[in-house]
Design a protein around this ligand. Structure first.
Ligand code: BGC
Length: 411
């Protein structure tokens, strides 16, 4: 057993995303996909954790546990419900959320886009649309003008590599574009199915270029309103491990999921790293976890070592790295502690090797709406009873909060 002290000022965060916790985000594309007939979404997001109204008690709870940072996202469709029409009421809401973070001594990290987009953006071409980078940058500028004095860190886009990741690296995942509900969703928007390009399911080269352009323009927009805010991109970097014969495929995957994106972030202030498991690759592609592997509720292999592996990859970008998401979906809270403990051992090793790691953020603060999977997988440090909205702090939250407060861990 050894005591490891983290550098002074290390960020200890928990994270959420607007659509997964706020509830009632009826103007965005995900709500549409949840509700379309024969959807593959397990259930609708509904009231989610009602965080839109309960953020005060939620933020107080997180601060009280010992965390010093809160990462949350702005819901673009609330702030700009129609193109060019900005809601001051929605912007003021997020001002109050930010003020609340500061009242509780929490560093505020804001993600400007976390998967959900306004429906009107889908009609205008979505994440393959020619004007999308400019529209996103415009939104970022307006939001920063209103909120920038209270934002400590800005993440532009959450995981632009999510689409390729789902389709190229998750064996057996259904392809939404081939399902009947996809065409019905497009029909409701009045666009042909091949033009429907929501963020999470966009895999084309064009969508990648659109997202990267959106990131670069967003950085400029945010900086033009508040030059001092450290701004970066978050990436779901992959720990790709080649089994015999899988080397070539693994190389290709590393290139498509990691390298293409890492090449674009060198001028940013930091890189947000998000990781959950590893990917083993054989001659025919990504392998399912072996029979004896421990699986999480997401069907992922329990593999906390992926954090250290991807921290070393992230470090090649040459900028500070903040772990903006790492966590596990499990009903067994002791496995959550085991997972995070092992992940933190990896962070400590990377720091000892001189890597510039600035923080660790657990995904997620609450059991929340896990996209396609609905409310089944429980990633949270805090459980939420969705009938009563009562919050219950799990032992893992107290354990990690104590580490955060002490800024040290026994490993
Ligand atoms: C996303 C989160 C999601 C988490 C767990 C990340 O890819 O940013 O929104 O809930 O993974 O699947």
């Amino acid at each position: 057993m050894m005591e490891f002290a983290f550098p002074e000022g290390f960020l200890w965060g928990t994270a959420t995303a607007a659509h997964q916790v706020e509830g009632g985000n009826v103007y965005n594309d995900v709500w549409l996909m949840e509700h379309v007939p024969r959807t593959d979404f397990a259930e609708p997001s509904g009231d989610a954790c009602d965080h839109y109204h309960r953020y005060r008690e939620d933020i107080a709870l997180l601060a009280g546990l010992g965390f010093n940072m809160y990462r949350f996202s702005l819901e673009w469709s609330r702030i700009e419900p129609e193109p060019g029409e900005f809601s001051l009421a929605a912007l003021d809401h997020y001002r109050r959320v930010l003020e609340c973070c500061h009242e509780h001594g929490l560093t505020a990290m804001v993600t400007f886009h976390h998967f959900s987009s306004p429906r009107w953006l889908m009609i205008a071409g979505g994440w393959e649309g020619h004007d999308t980078p400019g529209r996103f940058a415009h939104f970022c500028a307006r939001a920063t003008a209103h909120l920038g004095d209270l934002i400590d860190y800005a993440c532009t886009l959450n995981e632009p590599n999510i689409g390729p990741l789902i389709f190229k690296a998750q064996p057996g995942a259904p392809v939404p574009q081939q399902q009947a509900w996809w065409a019905l969703a497009a029909q409701q928007l009045g666009i042909p199915p091949e033009r429907f390009a929501p963020f999470q399911f966009a895999t084309s080269k064009r969508s990648r270029e659109t997202m990267l352009a959106a990131h670069h323009q967003a950085v400029e927009a945010i900086k033009s309103e508040a030059a001092a805010i450290p701004t970066g991109l978050t990436l779901a970097l992959q720990d790709v491990q080649a089994e015999p014969g899988g080397e070539e495929h693994a190389e290709r995957l590393r290139y498509e999921l990691n390298d293409v994106y890492l090449a674009e972030v060198g001028n940013d202030d930091f890189l947000g790293l998000q990781v959950y498991t590893r990917k083993r690759v054989g001659p025919d592609g990504v392998l399912r976890p072996s029979e004896d592997a421990e699986l999480t509720q997401m069907g992922y292999e329990f593999w906390p070592e992926a954090l250290a592996a991807t921290l070393r990859i992230a470090a090649t970008a040459g900028i500070p790295v903040i772990v903006t998401e790492n966590g596990i979906a499990t009903a067994d809270d002791e496995r959550r502690v085991a997972y995070v403990e092992s992940a933190l051992r990896g962070v400590a090793a990377c720091l000892q090797d001189g890597l510039d790691v600035r923080g660790y953020t657990y995904w997620s603060a609450f059991d929340n709406f896990e996209w396609f999977h609905g409310y089944g997988p429980t990633f949270g440090l805090i459980a939420v009873d969705r009938r009563t909205q009562a919050r219950t702090v799990k032992p893992s939250a107290r354990w990690l909060g104590a580490i955060a407060r002490g800024n040290r861990v026994s490993l």
